[in-house]
Design a protein around this ligand. Structure first.
Ligand code: GDP
Length: 390
């Protein structure tokens, strides 16, 4: 099953606009808060700067990037909107994000009087706290349901339930304080229980700051500074940049990723032919499409890496989970290749580019033969030898 990144955020934060930019799928954009739960799903290509140089060498019939799945779910912040007491999220909404493997949390920092905010003013840090509270309360409900079950089971006297009860009570206490499960120390023993609970605050997350177009460059500089540990005087910042810094510092604390985009600009750029879009980006002094960054960071969040295959027929990127061994990678191409795996011929992308061909790489002894235990690395170019008895 494909790994999925769920896009969540308050209504009107720009989720759908971002989703459109990611996928160019043309999902309808509303100028008002959506009241029903709708989900858009899309499989998007993962930009990979290694494909083009390989294509120039092999001149293949086809170049195939690898993909990752995003799902855009409308429907958070509903409890505030309807004035109901907060009780976590609706079942329908949850069905969509429970199964996501990571979350992209969109936070609005852009200012636009024509786009109402459910809390009236712009404050992404407050929005984040509010979203986190909803997620924590939802997790609390899941933990409490499980607690009831485990309590009943523990009455049989079976010891294994005691440990589970302890863990669940610990989670219950922390979630009651609106903590994120991802920030707790969880023993490997408890990990198994966690994976059964599908808790929302345990998922890896990235923050996507939807910033005003005119602060995009400054926002990127600021995020880079904060990420690299440079001292940033938040008190000297004003307006949008101050609130961006606040979220970025929080993200750093949580070891979460943070990316600044202008969703509207991205959506406009995604309408342009690729070359024009890049020219326009350059003219704005931006190194890369924000949508591409979101996809790449999302891919990393999912703990995925890319290996490559290259030949005259096709240059192609493939996805495996970090830590996968050679036969598993072979299985991505075809189950027969995994079944009949003999060995892999492997070279790193950089070594290959330095040689320019497999023949030159072989001469230099850089094309390695690896066996079943070899752990695939990001950027490996692999060719698998296999034999399947007829
Ligand atoms: P969602 O409810 O989170 O899916 O938000 P939408 O993507 O539907 O966006 C809500 C409104 O905000 C729409 O009218 C968008 O045109 C507008 N919007 C979204 N992103 C931006 C942005 O980056 N800048 C500005 N100025 N407006 C935006």
């Amino acid at each position: 099953m494909a790994l999925t990144i769920g896009i969540i955020g308050l209504p009107q934060s720009g989720k759908t606009t971002l989703f459109n930019a990611l996928t160019k799928a043309g999902a309808p954009i509303s100028g008002y808060a959506t009241s029903t739960v709708q989900a858009n799903m899309a499989i998007v290509q993962v930009p990979d700067a290694r494909l083009q140089p390989l294509a120039e060498i092999f001149n293949p019939h086809k170049v195939t990037p690898t993909t990752v799945e995003f799902v855009d779910v409308a429907g958070m912040g509903q409890s505030e909107q309807s004035g109901k007491e907060k009780q976590g999220l609706s079942a329908e909404f949850l069905g969509h994000i429970r199964n996501a493997d990571a979350l992209a949390i969109v936070l609005r920092t852009f200012v636009n009087d024509n786009v109402p905010h459910i809390y009236q003013n712009i404050d992404p840090y407050r929005d984040l706290e509010s979203l986190n509270a909803e997620l924590s309360l939802t997790d609390l409900a899941s933990v409490e349901r499980r607690l009831e079950r485990t309590n009943r089971a523990a009455k049989s006297g079976d010891k294994k339930y005691q440990q589970e009860l302890e863990t669940l009570r610990h989670l219950q206490n922390e979630l009651n304080e609106l903590k994120l499960v991802s920030q707790l120390d969880i023993t490997s023993q408890d990990q198994a229980l966690l994976s059964e609970l599908f808790l929302l605050t345990a998922k890896p997350r990235m923050y996507v700051l939807n910033v005003s177009e005119d602060v995009l460059g400054a926002a990127n500089d600021l995020l880079n500074k904060i990420a690299s540990g440079e001292d940033v005087e938040v008190a000297s910042l004003q307006g949008e940049l101050a609130s961006i810094a606040r979220v970025a510092l929080q993200a750093k604390n949580e070891r979460a990723e943070v990316v600044a985009v202008s969703a509207r600009l991205e959506a406009e750029l995604s309408e342009l032919p690729e070359e024009d879009a890049h020219e326009y980006l350059e003219s704005l002094g931006l190194p890369q499409l924000g949508a591409d960054r979101v996809i790449q960071v999302g891919y990393r969040l999912l703990n995925l890496i890319t290996f490559l295959t290259a030949g005259e027929d096709e240059v192609r990127a493939w996805t495996v989970t970090r830590g996968a061994k050679a036969p598993e990678a072979a299985g991505k191409i075809h189950s027969d290749i995994e079944r009949g795996f003999i060995r892999a011929e492997v070279i790193s992308f950089d070594d290959f580019m330095a040689c320019g061909s497999f023949a030159a790489a072989t001469k230099k002894g850089l094309l390695r033969l690896e066996g079943k235990e070899y752990v695939i690395k990001d950027g490996d170019i692999a060719h698998f030898r296999f034999n399947v008895a007829k």
